[in-house]
Design a protein around this ligand. Structure first.
Ligand code: NOJ
Length: 797
């Protein structure tokens, strides 16, 4: 079964059938305005916050099943009275031709029905906060055609949950009308006097919908457009060919225009629809006017193309694996940018919060830092500003208010260390560590102090055995009861702390801060000793110990015996001695590996266990209960690469890659061009089905582990390390990358068919000692020739 394919240049995913197993969406954003657009035009938009500043509607899970509502363009034949929609949805009349293309920053849907061609390009301009629909209608028949066109959206206006849960009440505050040819939608709800409304219910923006076309009519009351007992599939307004010019005062609202057009045979007509939110009518008016000019629209869409070409061009690979190349060069990079912009805030699958997770956004940095160090620096300042003076952090925050809960998840603060280190390694900008940044509660400290405090905070929360306390949970949110009484211990957090200590130690060394360097080393050694003394089970590391001393991830358990993260993190952080590291990762392979990559743990829990937490309540094989959680698979890839087992690292990488998964699309269902958060595990009846695509830390981590640990090109403080760990059958590959202003064109040859080891490096034809390419700081292009070969000395890892 084939629903689509990539374009020749890989820059578009082309979908030829509208009946895909799930809505396949594109996330189109300029970082402020965001539009989720499905292949049938479904989806919603928001400005700044998915939870509190929604412009248009679409609600999971209804949206996932029905892929409605969306941004629609209906066409009605004035002579026959027949009508349909360009995007197939929502009318679902059979088109004679239909195709959707998801590209970088845009989606285009083209169809032909009853001899009328419809072509909609949806995009969000780089520098303006709205979505533009460039619409073309063409007459492919030999006779003149009289048509009416109806563009349509459904308004949400601000608070997603308020609109969803209290639809009737929420509608009371709507005021939607036509002003100077533009539909203007407001929610007249304010925090007044002594009766404050629910938090964030008020919305101080106005939504707008404009068009460059001549209008015959409009509707803003949804009931008026669809009619009673009808829906967007058979709206009475379209059926009649006449909208009612309804003004929504306190009613469930929409925006729809009635646009007449007469087309001679072969004639094509082009116009725009603009939808967005603004601070004032004047601002909205100026956006509508600007994007009603077809030349301006063409210019903006060309600017967008240049922007994305430049973005993806900053790092390119050419390997024997075309799927890997397509992921790294285009689609994994594109998804990473989306997660960097919006973390886990907006999804087609789960309800819209308005939160940026502290840990999530720190990790999202890792997927964009080679392409966008400047934006990463700004983001790091913002992240550090959500850390408390004692080194603890908010668990997440709402970008509008800046506030959020302080939950005490044990891993949160430590991710900041990894994110800051990644930025400084990329840019070499040690000075960033001296930049001052306020703490969330009081006072300020330089970035270096922020990360020192993150580490000190965690070191101050160790159990009597010297293992980090679990707190509210660790990376695995589902282990939320393990440490609720303040005694449970986490091996994940131990591994993360160890890696953070190593990162801080390396930074301290660069700064000449011997005190911090030595104390990091001491704490690291202590931690390694404690983990190896108390948490080794014989063939693998255990995952955690609960408040009442129950061990999770032990050979004594019937369920939850082996956990992936508990094996990978001791390897990533180096606290596992080599023999244990090998044994632990072998256990992953023996017990956890599946056709889709290693599961998060197995066997899954069959029912609630109050000692452990919500993880045991997800159905077996789903989400964090024994699914193949792709985010964690990335850590298995990295661990195997650290151990020098390039074939296994690559095998895990390839198994979980969306391009591999989607070969069996009726099983997998999710988009073939981005990662899903997880794939149902072996104990699920839906084993192999992808879930919760787009918003997942898998994107940044897979990008990082593939480029830095399989292909082995990773920034170090002193330069760019080239340390491949590849499948031995590869003859070689090419890796081009910008690094601190210069461009390195690295050609790796593998004549001895090894997995790792480098025997020769030449820069611009001259032999170079070692594997770290120097920071040449000359803004030039350099040719680097690397020959792999049997390395002398100790085994890798
Ligand atoms: C998804 C959450 O966004 C992330 O923060 C968490 O670490 C993983 N699920 C695992 O629980």
């Amino acid at each position: 079964m084939c629903y689509g394919r990539f374009s020749e240049d890989g820059l578009e995913y082309i979908i030829d059938r509208y009946d895909t197993p799930r809505p396949w969406i594109n996330c189109i954003t300029n970082g402020k305005y965001c539009a989720l657009v499905s292949h049938t035009g479904g989806g919603y938009s928001f400005l700044g916050s998915s939870g509190y500043s929604r412009i248009t509607r679409a609600y999971p899970p209804e949206t996932v099943l029905s892929d409605r509502p969306g941004r629609y363009v209906y066409i009605r034949d004035r002579v026959t009275g027949e009508y349909w929609s360009v995007t197939w949805q929502p009318v679902q009349r059979l088109p004679s031709y239909w195709q959707a293309r998801h590209g970088l920053g845009y989606t285009r849907i083209v169809s032909e029905t009853r001899g009328i061609m419809g072509d909609i390009l949806y995009f969000v301009p780089l520098g303006a906060n709205l979505e533009v629909w460039r619409v073309k209608i063409g007459n492919s028949t030999g006779i003149p055609r009289e048509l009416t066109i109806f563009p349509y959206v459904e308004w949400c206006l601000g608070n997603y949950a308020f609109d969803l849960i209290e639809t009737g009440f929420s509608g009371l505050f709507n005021q939607v009308e036509l002003r100077e040819g533009m539909i203007v939608a407001r929610k007249n709800l304010w925090n007044i006097g002594h009766r404050p409304q629910k938090p964030h219910a008020p919305w101080d923006k106005i939504a707008f919908m404009g068009t460059s076309a001549v209008q015959e009519g409009f509707d803003t009351v949804r009931e008026s457009f669809t009619g009673m007992y009808r829906s967007t599939q058979n709206p009475v307004g379209v059926e009649r060919g006449l909208l009612a010019n309804s003004v929504s005062t306190g009613r469930d609202s929409c925006g729809a225009f009635q646009l007449p057009v007469f087309l001679d045979p072969g004639e094509e007509w082009e116009f725009t629809v603009t939808v967005g939110a603004a601070g004032s009518i004047e601002e909205a008016q100026s956006l509508v006017t600007r994007f009603s000019q077809l030349e301006a629209v063409a210019e903006e869409s060309e600017r967008l193309a240049v922007h994305w070409r430049e973005y993806i061009g900053r790092l390119r690979v050419d390997t024997p694996d075309d799927s890997l190349d397509l992921a790294i060069n285009v689609w994994n990079k594109y998804q990473s940018r989306f997660t960097f912009d919006w973390a886990r805030m907006s999804s087609y699958y789960v309800g819209g919060g308005s939160i940026i997770g502290f840990r999530d956004t720190c990790q999202d940095v890792l997927g964009v830092v080679p392409m966008e160090p400047g934006r990463v620096k700004t983001r790091l300042r913002d992240i550090a500003a959500h850390q408390f003076r004692d080194g603890g952090t908010l668990h997440n925050w709402d970008p509008i208010s800046g506030s959020g809960p302080r939950t005490g998840h044990s891993d949160d603060p430590l991710w900041l260390v990894l994110a800051v280190a990644a930025y400084v390694r990329e840019t070499g900008e040690m000075g960033f560590l001296d930049e001052s940044c306020a703490y969330y509660d009081e006072g300020e400290g330089i970035i270096y102090q922020h990360i020192q405090r993150a580490v000190e905070y965690t070191l101050g929360r160790l159990s009597s055995r010297g293992i980090p306390l679990m707190g509210a949970a660790d990376w695995n949110d589902g282990l939320d009861q393990v440490g609720s009484a303040g005694r449970g211990e986490s091996v994940f957090t131990a591994g993360l702390l160890a890696l953070a200590l190593r990162e801080l130690e390396a930074l301290a060394k660069e700064r000449g801060d011997d005190l911090t360097r030595d104390s990091c080393r001491g704490s690291y050694n202590e931690l390694a000793r404690a983990v190896n003394e108390h948490f080794w089970d014989g063939k693998w590391y255990v995952r955690a110990v609960t408040d009442d001393g129950y061990t999770i991830g032990s050979s004594k358990n019937d369920e939850g015996r082996v956990f992936l993260n508990a094996q990978a993190w001791p390897v990533l952080s180096g606290i596992a001695p080599r023999d244990r590291a090998i044994a632990a990762m072998d256990s992953v392979r023996e017990v956890l590996d599946t056709p889709y990559g290693p599961a998060l743990f197995l066997p899954a829990y069959s029912g609630p266990d109050p000692r452990i937490g919500i993880i045991t309540m997800f159905s077996p094989g789903s989400k964090e209960n024994g699914a193949v959680f792709n985010h964690s698979v990335a850590w298995a890839v990295m661990a195997e690469a650290i151990l020098g087992r390039g074939d296994v690292a690559y095998e895990y990488y390839r198994k979980s890659l969306f391009l591999t998964q989607s070969r069996d699309i009726l099983r997998y269902k999710a988009e073939p061009y981005v990662y899903a958060e997880y794939v149902h595990g072996p104990e699920s009846p839906y084993s192999g089905m992808g879930e919760f695509s787009w918003t997942t830390g898998t994107a940044p981590w897979m990008f990082k582990v593939c480029t830095e640990w399989i292909l082995g090109v990773r920034p170090e403080y002193g330069g760019l390390m080239v340390d491949p760990c590849i499948p031995p059958e590869w003859k070689g590959y090419r890796f081009q990358r910008e690094f601190r202003g210069a461009t390195y064109d690295i050609r790796v040859e593998n004549p001895d068919r090894v997995s790792w080891g480098v025997r020769q490096v030449k820069i611009d034809g001259k032999p170079h000692e070692g594997q770290v390419l120097p920071d040449l700081k000359d803004a030039k292009r350099h040719q680097v020739d690397v020959v792999m070969g049997r390395a002398q000395g100790p085994a890798k890892g």
